[in-house]
Design a protein around this ligand. Structure first.
Ligand code: HSE
Length: 321
């Protein structure tokens, strides 16, 4: 067991499904988190425009961002607002006031990632985005650290838990599309407007984030044909999956696509079911490497957010020794 030698104060902006999951995980796993990392994380504020009727976290609620901005104790701000207007402004203000920001907001990272990473650097703080791709699966940290010796030439995979859940239900259980979508919403997988999931936009945003980090390229949404699963027909053979793909071409351009694809039953991705995601990186030294796990949902995504909080707080590696 590591002694807790650091205490950090954190604020959560946005108390929806994921923000609530982060608050709950910090509370229920407080001892495990400190034992694993040597960091004691103290949740000081929760910012939301809606006050929840009965919440154990009520004493932490604020509605004015400037309370967080001007509290010098707060060193990490979690952005789980999920829009691109308030989230963008608050993220910039937090970074400029010397606070690291941790986010699950793939739309914001896909749109403004380059600017926000640069702003974090200018202010000697971090902008960490692990939870924006693949829910709870560690993808971005391994990409930035463990794969640093490799040139990556292609990234592809199943990046939307809602779509994969719907397609799996339709294929394996004969569930109709509307019923499967409702179930995915009830399980907390879908976006507030599930059109972003089923239209392929969410997969596109995630592949944009990965392209940004792996290839240093901003992808123009107008250059990409995005096809979702709304009109999908379940094939009699094989498995249909929504695949996001980014390929680094010889001229340095990156070609991105999002579309349903029929895979042979023997293929690895054909056997990724339900809310699970899997993403493959094609690397020149390592070869193909696959990251697999729960790609959506409250607690899996909260797990990724808390890992980033600990990285901001200088947490030691989890290893118990
Ligand atoms: N709605 C997203 C999904 C949530 O289903 O994958 C995780 O980004």
């Amino acid at each position: 067991m590591k002694p807790s030698d650091k205490k950090i104060y954190v604020a959560i902006m946005g108390f929806g499904n994921i923000g609530r999951g982060v608050a709950e995980l910090l509370k229920t796993n407080a001892k495990t988190i400190t034992d694993n990392s040597g960091v004691e994380v103290v949740l000081k504020y929760i910012l939301d425009v809606r006050f929840p009727a009965e919440s154990e976290f009520e004493p932490l609620f604020v509605t004015d961002f400037s309370v967080i901005e001007h509290d010098a104790d707060v060193s990490v701000v979690v952005e789980t607002i999920g829009d691109t207007k308030f989230a963008y402004n608050f993220t910039k203000l937090a970074l400029r006031s010397g606070k690291s920001v941790v986010t699950s907001n793939k739309e914001l990272v896909a749109l403004h990632g380059f600017e926000l990473f640069a702003l974090a650097q200018e202010n000697n703080v971090k902008y960490l985005v692990e939870a924006s791709v693949g829910g709870g699966i560690p993808i971005i940290h391994p990409l930035r650290h463990c794969l640093a010796a490799n040139k990556i030439t292609e990234i592809y995979g199943i990046l939307n838990g809602t779509c994969n859940y719907i397609l799996t239900e339709m294929t394996n259980n004969g569930t109709d599309y509307a019923t499967a979508l409702k179930a995915a919403q009830a399980l907390g997988y879908a976006e507030p407007n599930p059109d972003a999931d089923v239209s392929g936009k969410d997969t596109f945003r995630k592949i944009c984030v990965l392209s940004m980090l792996a290839f240093g390229k901003q992808i123009d949404p107008n250059s990409v044909r995005i096809k979702g699963i709304q009109d999908v027909n379940i094939p009699p053979k094989g498995k249909i999956k929504l695949i996001g793909r980014a390929v680094l071409k010889d001229d340095g351009d990156v070609e991105v696509s999002v579309a349903p694809q029929v895979l042979d039953d023997s293929e690895l991705l054909a056997n990724v079911n339900g809310v699970f995601n899997a993403v493959v990186f094609r690397c020149d030294a390592l070869g193909d490497v696959v990251f697999y796990g729960k790609g959506a949902g409250k607690m899996p995504t909260a797990s990724a957010v808390v890992a980033d909080i600990l990285e901001c707080g200088g947490g030691a590696a989890n290893g118990k020794c």
